[in-house]
Design a protein around this ligand. Structure first.
Ligand SMILES: *Cc1c(COP(=O)(O)O)cnc(C)c1O
Length: 365
């Protein structure tokens, strides 16, 4: 069986460095807000090309804290609308709700799976104060067009970079393509911790300072509380484990790109639609997602052939019970995506013969 993802293998490839990191923390006696977090924040900011990185507990919190911080800075207020792609993982939308703002679901482009700038324009009105772009499946959203719209209408613009670590647009990495970006280091992400972890990147000094305060009970100075904050810290152990993994990220992304290129070149089956990737550097290939009219047939056929697959995602957010207020929305592209997408294995340690076996299986469907 070719697994959809082999997390054990991905991490064991760095066993020695991860073990050293663990021992460093164990021997240091620092477990929260210590030197490993500071070092990781410095290294990840440098990697993204941003002035600041603030480690937090997970990707969802990263997004919530960005929005909450902009409320403290007076740039957003309760009830403001935030445009977000309708087909994203539900966390991007939950973050907006949790921050007391109103998510407005926008249709994606069927070719890129990312928010469609022409659809964004249709939703603009005086209540819309921000755009949450999501680099879904690892491919960067059309940030150039989105930036233009944001600038013209005085909107804030954010990136949900939970799936796209390291992807580059015109020489700039994601995390550095908007006012602020949220990252997840959930174990299955391209840069994954051995537990939950996340971060915010930004070039805004004031925003960074507010988020640093909010993540730690609203306090910068011990027992002095400026805001009603939360506990959302990235612990020393996860920070220490992320540091060696960050050093290997670009190599692993290249491995993903090579697999994707082989898939794009060698999968030839009129019943399967391949993703489009016009800009090599702008895709980190967190997922390789194909479309098939007969998705159920394809998935069970691949299973018989020993190929593990997953669906990202089977139910669109507006059809979830959690968002029954959106159940009436007419989002045909989003619904088509949720009906037809299937993710096939792509991960950095995947053996070449397994890649070939996946291709053979897809071609014989
Ligand atoms: C994983 C993910 C998140 C949430 O990250 P967590 O670390 O699980 O909280 C947010 N948005 C997207 C697009 C994701 O894939």
């Amino acid at each position: 069986m070719i697994p959809f993802l082999n997390l054990k293998e991905i991490n064991l490839a760095h066993k020695e460095e991860l073990t050293q990191a663990f021992e460093r923390v164990l021997n240091s006696g620092y477990f929260i807000m210590g030197p490993e977090l500071e070092a990781f924040e410095r290294e990840f900011a440098e990697y993204c090309g941003t002035k600041h990185c603030i480690g937090v507990a997970n990707g969802l919190d990263a997004l919530v804290l960005i929005l909450e911080a902009y409320k403290h800075l007076g740039r957003l207020k309760n009830g403001d609308e935030v445009l977000v792609p309708a087909n994203t993982y539900i966390a991007s939308i939950l973050a907006i709700s949790l921050a007391g703002l109103k998510p407005v679901l926008v249709e994606p482009n069927i070719k890129t799976f990312n928010i469609d700038p022409s659809e964004v324009k249709k939703h603009l009105n005086k209540n819309v104060r921000a755009i949450m772009a999501v680099h879904l499946y690892g491919q960067l959203a059309d940030m150039t067009s989105l930036q233009e719209i944001a600038q013209e209408h005085g909107l804030l613009i954010f990136e949900d970079s939970a799936q796209s670590h390291g992807a580059i647009l015109n020489g700039r990495r994601c995390g550095n393509l908007s006012d602020a970006s949220g990252f997840s280091f959930y174990p299955g992400k391209n840069l994954g911790a051995l537990g939950d972890a996340g971060a915010v990147t930004t070039n805004h000094d004031e925003l960074a300072s507010v988020i640093k305060t909010l993540r730690n009970y609203g306090s910068q100075e011990k027992y002095v509380n400026r805001y009603k904050g939360v506990n959302s810290r990235l612990d020393e152990l996860q920070a220490a484990l992320l540091r060696p993994k960050l050093r290997h990220l670009d190599t692993e992304t290249e491995a993903r790109r090579r697999i994707a290129e082989k898939y794009l070149k060698e999968i030839k089956n009129p019943r399967i639609h391949l993703p489009e990737c016009p800009d090599r550097e702008a895709h980190a290939w967190h997922l390789f997602v194909v479309l098939a009219d007969d998705r159920a047939g394809l998935q069970s056929f691949l299973k018989e052939r020993g190929v593990g697959t997953l669906i990202h995602y089977p139910i669109p957010p507006h059809k979830q019970e959690a968002y029954k207020e959106f159940a009436h929305l007419n989002l045909p592209i989003t619904e088509k995506i949720h009906r037809e997408v299937l993710s096939i294995p792509i991960y950095p340690t995947m053996a070449e013969k397994d890649v070939s076996q996946v291709i053979d299986a897809l071609n014989s469907f």
